[in-house]
Design a protein around this ligand. Sequence first.
Ligand code: UDP
Length: 335
Amino acid sequence: MMFSDRISVMKETILVAGGAGYIGSHTVRALCEEGINVVVVDNLSEGHRETVGGALLVEADINDAAALDAVFAEHTINAVIHFSAYAYVGESVSNPQKYYHNNVGATLTLLAAMLRHNVKQLVFSSSCATYGNPVRIPIDESHPQNPVNPYGTTKFMVERILADYHSAYGLNYIALRYFNAAGAHPDGSIGESHRIETHLIPLALKTITGERAYIEVFGTDYDTPDGTCIRDYIHVCDLASAHCAALRALADGAESRCINLGTGQGASVREVIHTCEEVCGKKVPVVFSARRPGDPPVLVAANNLAKTVLKWSPRWTTIREIIASAWNWEQHRNF
Ligand code: UDP
């Protein structure tokens, strides 16, 4: 082995589980831009090989303890960022076994490997789905957590597991509760590409590229100013920078806790569709439908904790610029 190789082996490395997925790949990009060594572990069931760029990709499942042991043995892993989860709410209702097995069960395998190899820092992908139906807006981190679907429950269960592992084993963590991830990298090389697309912005844009005939608006009779649901859309690059900030905070000894990631601003379904039309210069064909079961009328984050603890704030502050980046991706995407 050459001397330079030995140095790179010794360099601090972040293991990114699920780094080939939507939010994971943008975070891998941000870490690489900061000059941090990254090893991605991804089974490519939802992720895409093309996204990881210069980072090392180990094609393995986080439920494969032997594969994880090999990665921890080969690299000096300082911290783990864990994105590996299924995230389709509807599928979690029809096939909860898949969600509990992977999102909870496989997470336990990953945590066990971390503890075996004495890696004690974790940034975990959680979700505003852990709150369920809000009783107050904006939603701060002390809001009651009553998830209303198995997906949200899996994230809630892992949050509880992390709190117990922190107390018992000294595992330090920051769980980031994302609101609605949206947008794409401004260079157009990576973006949202799901096996099953269920999200409002990509679906609206696909009516313009011709991939879809129309978009359904799920409910126009909500108690909101225009009758449609309000969500807090946060740019995926802002989520990525928050993960980098969370790693820094953990390295500086930050308290283990859960932190919301949102812009603190809401946009309604009608506003999103109207903005898509403005950005693309074309009409989005709309069909008004019944409410989608389980959709709360309003989800907007209080993001003060992210600002103070992570010293982070969103850079993409308007729904227009978020949609413009998604449109750039949608027109040029190659996976
Ligand atoms: N929505 C809609 N039509 C669609 C997809 C979504 O009207 O085809 C609405 C949905 O009811 C919700 C908002 O858009 O109020 C955002 O939904 P999305 O699935 O993007 O994210 P979620 O909030 O469910 O995580």
